[in-house]
Ligand binder design. Structure first.
Ligand SMILES: Cc1cc2nc3c(=O)[nH]c(=O)nc-3n(C[C@H](O)[C@H](O)[C@H](O)COP(=O)(O)OP(=O)(O)OC[C@H]3O[C@@H](n4cnc5c(N)ncnc54)[C@H](O)[C@@H]3O)c2cc1C
Length: 497
């Protein structure tokens, strides 16, 4: 199902239908060109016709024209394709009213769209989210109780003035507020040390997903298409053509990859963007299990000055790295005594117990759940078997949870291919780094457009930047927070774009 949110402007202005006369020669035409030329040049002139007409999207495949789907391909073959594909080169002048296709509606993609609009550039955001936008800003609400859990990002801190300005605006709109509950470090055995109240900790008032869904609500030049899984990018005739399993999803003057992991690697493997694809392939990601558990009664947790802990980074327990009472955090009090807790595993536990996240075997799920609940018991210093039984649980594996390395640069942009990447991992592993990355890429693309795409090479950013290890908590970085692990060089960046 396509659910498209339009913001007061006719959608026809944004998601333009493909020109069918172009479409009939588009999809595999480029493959033929690639074989002939080391560099694919896309300009506004009609390109020569291929000698043999290969299979088109929607055309019944025959044994002669059938191509193996890259989505069924092994990691090894994806790698091979990544490194052997030729570079696409757009040479036509940029249109006067360009449109950017943004693939990914997490914090980075949303902020990229928002800042493109600020610079007068239209965009369409595509996101796979069924319930809403946000990606790793996930909130699960179960009616009718209701039970509410942020099941990825829990809270955030602010260190950059540009992000601070944004957060200030969200705060004035009532979208975010400070989390004043007791948060600290919990050592195995129930030893709790609260963190100082500074820097302020922010939470989304109604859960992270609702913040994500609100970010573009006042915009005029952005179209949102979800749920939509962009499965193919094809450069043709000076434009990028996007499609979802053969269904055309529009044509764009430039594209932004605002997601990462396996999905991005597959999408880029045959895109004509080898430099971008290579940088994406360098990214390493952790895996984290999330256990959502609702209890009838408050858990026996330690606290500070009579205030029981609401959130804690857990130390010295293999299966748990974070726990938070999301009912207290989001609603301020428990509902009928009911408390919704989000528990995250450590990255080491996630790696050791990794399974396909779309299809978790029930034996693995039981083992992980038992291990994590036992970890909670140990962390709280409770005797064996004394942790109250949750009346609701849900387990989720974040298979591509957090970056463990980074190029430490706000964004990557390939001016020849008119394609960029934004995301948390370019700068760190936090909502702030995702936001800054999206903002930086938007400004960079707007500058590039303003220059009419001339002197393209001057706009190349981050295509050869080396990666370095990224430190932080297992659930990411919280700039300014006392307990942050030291030594993260990656955060010592300068936003140059
Ligand atoms: C368990 C966990 C806990 C965390 N806790 C915190 C925290 O407390 N504080 C904090 O600051 N950060 C935290 N983080 C990190 C934070 O969530 C991320 O840094 C941030 O949300 C990343 O945003 P993003 O836009 O870069 O990527 P994402 O949020 O991953 O967004 C990418 C989006 O692209 C979509 N997408 C992917 N492929 C396609 C496609 N082909 N077509 C269309 N759409 C596509 C995805 O569905 C997703 O919606 C946590 C992360 C995890 C996993």
């Amino acid at each position: 199902m396509l659910c498209s949110a339009h913001f007061n402007v006719p959608s026809s202005l944004f998601l333009r239908p493909l020109n069918t006369s172009q479409l009939t020669t588009t999809p595999n035409f480029i493959t033929t060109l690639r074989r002939a030329n080391p560099t694919i040049t896309c300009n506004s002139q009609p390109s020569p016709k291929p000698r043999k007409r290969p299979a088109m999207d929607g055309q019944k495949p025959t044994s002669r024209n059938r191509r193996k789907s890259s989505y069924g391909a092994s990691r090894r073959s994806i790698l091979k394709k990544t490194f052997t594909q030729e570079q696409v080169n757009f040479t036509a002048p940029v249109s006067d009213d360009p449109v950017v296709g943004i693939i990914g509606g997490g914090m980075a993609g949303l902020l990229c769209a928002l800042n493109l609009e600020t610079r007068g550039v239209r965009s369409t955001v595509f996101d796979t989210g069924i319930h809403g936008l946000g990606g790793r800003m996930g909130t699960r609400i179960i009616d009718p109780q209701p039970l509410i859990f942020d099941h990825a990002a829990q809270f955030f801190t602010v260190s950059d003035p540009r992000f601070a300005e944004l957060v200030q605006g969200w705060s004035e709109e009532g979208l975010v507020r400070q989390w004043l509950g007791t948060v600290g470090e919990l050592e195995a055995g129930g030893h709790f040390v609260p963190l100082p109240s500074s820097p302020p900790r922010y939470v989304a008032v109604n859960g992270m997903r609702l913040l994500a869904d609100s970010i573009l609500s006042q915009t005029r030049m952005i179209d949102v298409v979800r749920p939509c899984w962009i499965s193919k990018l094809e450069p043709y005739n000076g434009m990028w053509y996007l499609s979802e399993n053969g269904k055309p999803r529009g044509q764009f003057d430039a594209i932004v990859i605002a997601h990462n992991g396996k999905c991005a690697n597959r999408l880029l493997a045959l895109s004509g963007l080898p430099l971008i694809a290579r940088q994406m392939k360098r990214l390493e990601l952790s895996s984290i299990w999330a256990l959502l558990a609702a209890f009838d009664d408050p858990l026996p947790v330690p606290g500070s000055d009579g205030f029981p802990l609401e959130g804690a980074f857990v130390k010295g327990v293999d299966s748990v790295s974070w726990m938070a009472n999301n009912t207290k955090k989001l609603l301020g009090s428990s509902i009928d005594g009911r408390n919704c807790w989000t528990f995250f595993s450590t990255a080491a536990f996630g790696k050791r117990n990794k399974v396909p996240q779309e299809n978790i075997p029930s034996a693995a799920a039981e083992k992980v759940k038992a291990g994590m609940l036992e970890g909670v018991e140990v962390a709280l210093g409770l005797s064996e078997g004394s942790l109250p039984r949750p009346f609701y649980t849900r387990l989720q594996l974040w298979g591509a949870a957090l970056p463990t390395n980074t190029p430490g640069i706000p964004c990557i942009f390939d001016p020849q291919g008119r394609a960029g990447i934004c995301g948390d991992w370019l700068l760190g592993s936090s909502l702030e780094s995702a936001a800054l990355s999206g903002m930086a890429l938007a400004n960079h693309i707007a500058d590039y457009f303003q220059n009419s795409g001339l002197n393209a090479e001057e706009f190349a950013v981050g295509l050869h930047k080396e990666f370095q290890p990224l430190e932080g908590h297992d659930i990411g970085q919280f700039p300014g927070l006392e307990s942050e692990k030291k030594g993260s060089k990656a955060m010592e960046y300068q936003l140059t774009t």
